[in-house]
Structure formats: structure tokens, C-alpha cells
Design a binder for this molecule. Structure first.
Ligand SMILES: Nc1ncnc2c1ncn2[C@@H]1O[C@H](COP(=O)(O)OP(=O)(O)OP(=O)(O)O)[C@@H](O)[C@H]1O
Length: 388
């Protein structure tokens, strides 16, 4: 949908912010531009809505050169969200969001109704509608910024470090919300960040840029983590990329054991009769199957289970939806080295050892290598990882 074709931006003082950048930004997905400070991310984003004009090269939107389109028409088709939201301080929240529809000539009531609908969509309580921006938290203001950008229903959203100024917990909430909105509305989103974790979480495609406005690699996040194009990208991804890559492998294939699980109301005989499948510990659950903690089998058969001292089970992972990374994390955090899998209601689905998770990881890597080999074309080589 957006094609950046050999674009260079040279500022009047001679700074080359972007250097012959070519990028095909796919429709209805999130493309993240990531890279160190000053590598040309913001300049690239602003060239898409013509807040900055390229020195050379062309940008096509739906096959049409954006230089040939009136700037106002172009900007109307692109919502723009910036860090700290950039709200109008003297306008209420509802009127901030209604700004663009009002500019487009909508009546006040219709524009406000649309604004209230969008508040709900971005997870803002309608009671905040009449407040002013200074009466909102940073995270709430950021949500208003997203709602305002969506108000005229533009097909494209440009987002420049929109979540950088909020704390990590709020930031995670905003990221989840953006993914949900994207799934619902199918916008084409170009998202700038310097945070590689945010890029990997949000991006369908990730463009890693390096200082001087060069493209280092353009690839889906899983490919970026498994196959960085060079030492710069590898360095930028950080030391734990192997672990982070596990986020892209589902934990669905893990063999979960139910043998080493006992309910808190089981008798000593029932505990003794269990086939623990060689597990050194038993997981005790409440009557509804929710995990309570681990115990050695001997302790449970010796006395009342309710009196037994239990080791904490850490954090469970959700069987069916979580990744191998979550499963491994649970096992590593658990004092027994075993992870607990639960269903969506928090009831125990089974337990699994670090060793079994390790085997599943090796299996997943082998499977991925085999499918990569099958998909490999002659001559594909490293060039396949660089945009066009
Ligand atoms: N108006 C300008 N005039 C001259 N140089 C500029 C101008 N705007 C940006 N630059 C320079 O262009 C380069 C790229 O800047 P840009 O803001 O696009 O980078 P960025 O990757 O978004 O950085 P950050 O992550 O710090 O926001 C930098 O060296 C910057 O100093």
C-alpha cells in the first residue's frame, strides 16, 4: 500500500537523515521502524504524510505518487499519533477526539457521538469525556491520541513513539490495545520506536534502521530474531534473542502430565496409588483444580494434605495460547523446575518438566529449519532479507 522507493532526505544543513531507503509497507498490518536515536525513523514517518519532503525518490500510496496529491487530502487519509499525545489543552477530551470530524464539516452532535464511540473502542471510560487533558494520566492521554487519530476513519495510522512516555505496565496495556484495535479495524499502521521488544511484539514487519538513514534489515520479527542480517542487527536485538524467539513457538505441542497432580481433598491412599510418571514432586490443587503448590510425595502420604507445607508453583502458563517462552519461564521460575499449565479459567491442565520443554524447543527449531530448507530457493541467500 505504501511504497517508499529509493528515498533520500538531506536537511538544509547537509545532514543526510535518510539514505536511499526502499521499503514496501504492507496493507492492513503493523510495520515498525526501529533503530538507534537519530537513524532517521521520524524523518521517514514524516515523509509519508509530507510533513517532511524527500530530497530524492518517491513515495507511492496505493500506486499513486504522494507528491501529486493535495497535502490536505493526503493527511486526511492518515491519522498521526505522537509521544505525549499532543492534545489541545484547552479542549475537552470529547472535543479533542472530535477535532478532525469537525474540520471535515460534521455537525457537533454527530462528531461528539463518534468521539464517544471511539473512547469506548480505545478503552477509555465515557465519564472522562468532559475532562481536560491535564486531568488525565499519561496512559489515558495516549489513548485519547489514538482515538483522535482514528476519528475520521483513515486507512493509515502513523505513530511516532506513541507509548514511550508511560511506565512499562501502562505501555504493555496500550500495546495490547493497539493489537486489538488493529485486529478489529485492519488499519495500515507505521509505528516508530527505539525499543526492539516493542517492535517485535507489535510488528508484522520490522524495519531495522542504522545511523545515517540506512535500512539494515526488513523482515518479520521471528525471522529477525532467528536470522539477523549482520552484526549491527544482532547487537541491536540484544543478548537474549534466542529466548525471545521462543515467543513465536506455541506451547501447544508440549506433552502435559496429569499423573503428578493431586486434589487437596485426596486421601493418603489415593496419593500413594498415583502414577507420578517419575516426577519428583506432586502438584496439589484445590477442589476446582486450581494449583496450590508442590510437595514431595512422601510428605503427602504421611499426613493430611491440607497440613502439608507446599512449595510455590510460580506463575502458570496457559495451555493452548501461551508460547514455549512462557512455558520455559514458568519452569525456570518454579523451585521444582516443573511448569504448571492451566486452562483459560485457571484450572490445572497438566505439568511439564524443564527437560521436556527443552526437548520441545529443540524439536521446534529442527522443524523450523526443515521448513526453511523446503522453502529455500536457489540464489535466495542473504539478499532475500533486505527490502526489494
Ligand atoms: N530539521 C532538521 N534539520 C537538520 N537535521 C535534522 C532535522 N531533523 C532531524 N535532523 C537530523 O536527522 C537525523 C535523523 O533524525 P530523526 O529525527 O529522523 O531520527 P530518529 O531515528 O527519529 O531519532 P530519535 O529516535 O532520536 O527520535 C538526525 O541526525 C537528526 O539530528
Amino acid at each position: 500500500m505504501i511504497r517508499i522507493d529509493s528515498v533520500t532526505k538531506r536537511y538544509p544543513d547537509g545532514t543526510v537523515a535518510v539514505d536511499r531507503l526502499s521499503l514496501d509497507i504492507p496493507d492492513r498490518s503493523i510495520t515498525v521502524l526501529v533503530g538507534p536515536s537519530g537513524c532517521g525513523k521520524t524523518t521517514t514517518l514524516r515523509m509519508i504524510n509530507r510533513m517532511v519532503e524527500p530530497s530524492e525518490g518517491t513515495i507511492l500510496l496505493d500506486g499513486q505518487d504522494i507528491q501529486q496529491q493535495p497535502v490536505n487530502t493526503l493527511r486526511r487519509s492518515m491519522g498521526y499519533v505522537i509521544q505525549n499525545a499532543g492534545l489541545f489543552q484547552h479542549r475537552t477530551i470529547v472535543d479533542n477526539i472530535a477535532t478532525v470530524p469537525r474540520m471535515l464539516g460534521w455537525g457537533k452532535d454527530k462528531a461528539r457521538a463518534r468521539a464517544r464511540e471511539l473512547m469506548e473502542r480505545v478503552g477509555l471510560d465515557g465519564a472522562l469525556a468532559k475532562r481536560y487533558p491535564y486531568q488525565l494520566s499519561g496512559g489515558q492521554q495516549q489513548r485519547v491520541g489514538v482515538a483522535r487519530a482514528l476519528a475520521a476513519d483513515p486507512p493509515v495510522l502513523l505513530m511516532d513513539e506513541p507509548f514511550s512516555a508511560v511506565d512499562p505496565v501502562v505501555r504493555k496495556g496500550l500495546q495490547d490495545e493497539l493489537l486489538r484495535i488493529q485486529a478489529e479495524l485492519g488499519k495500515t499502521i507505521v509505528f516508530v520506536t527505539h525499543d526492539i521488544d516493542e517492535a517485535v511484539k507489535l510488528g508484522t514487519m520490522v524495519a531495522v534502521m542504522r545511523t545515517g538513514g540506512h535500512l539494515a534489515q526488513f523482515a518479520p520479527p521471528a525471522e529477525l530474531l532467528s536470522d539477523p542480517a549482520d552484526a549491527f542487527v544482532e547487537d541491536f536485538l540484544g543478548a537474549d534473542r534466542g529466548i525471545r524467539r521462543l515467543s513465536f513457538f506455541p506451547a501447544t505441542g508440549l506433552e502435559l502430565l496429569t499423573g503428578p497432580i493431586v486434589a487437596v481433598d485426596a486421601t493418603a491412599e489415593q496419593v500413594a496409588a498415583r502414577d507420578t510418571a517419575g516426577a519428583p514432586y506432586l502438584l496439589v490443587t484445590d477442589q476446582e483444580g486450581r494449583p496450590l503448590g508442590w510437595s514431595e510425595p512422601g510428605e503427602l502420604t504421611a499426613g493430611n494434605i491440607r497440613q502439608a507445607e507446599l512449595l510455590p508453583y510460580g506463575r502458570p502458563f496457559v495451555a493452548g495460547t501461551d508460547s514455549l517462552r512462557s512455558a520455559l519461564d514458568c519452569a525456570v521460575l518454579s523451585p521444582t523446575g516443573w511448569a504448571v499449565a492451566v486452562d483459560a479459567e485457571g484450572r490445572t491442565a497438566g505439568v511439564v518438566s524443564q527437560q521436556t520443554i527443552g526437548e520441545a524447543i529443540r524439536g521446534a527449531h529442527a522443524e523450523r529449519r526443515a521448513s526453511d530448507r523446503a522453502a529455500e530457493r536457489p540464489q535466495a541467500g542473504k539478499d532475500s532479507r533486505v527490502a526489494r
